[in-house]
Design a protein around this ligand. Sequence first.
Ligand code: DQA
Length: 151
Amino acid sequence: MEDAPSVLVVNGPNLNLLGTREPEIYGTASLDDIKKLIESRAGDYRVKVIFFQSNSEGAIIDHLHRHLDAQGLIINPASFTHTSIAIRDAIASTAIPAVEVHLSNIHAREDFRRVSHIAPVCVGQIAGFGIDSYRLGFDALMRHIGISESR
Ligand code: DQA
């Protein structure tokens, strides 16, 4: 796997509390469950996953800057989705193809969640399927960057 393409999976604030955080909205799976799901899927495509979570905007930006050679990015920016021009600019600056994912359907919740500053610099957005949003996002990203399961 040393030479395998690498894909970043980045999670924003409060997602470290998944499992116990508002389970009626976000479900009962933990961030570690999401990591395992993605790592298993990544194995099917023979890509390396670099999984990361931070509650800090700057740490997320620094992480993206550290991995400019990544082939793709899955990002759940959490509440930074609705506030962060800085993360948006970082994604645009890296030019890494990105897919925005959300556990909940942000378009069916409070008005302030309907705005994503991140989506315009992403290939697309997947929201509302719980942890399956990550798997669907990952499959869509692989297809977008031209990596198939059977290579
Ligand atoms: C979230 C949706 C955001 O609005 C919220 O701030 C989160 C989680 C989701 O995955 O559904 O923290 O990104």
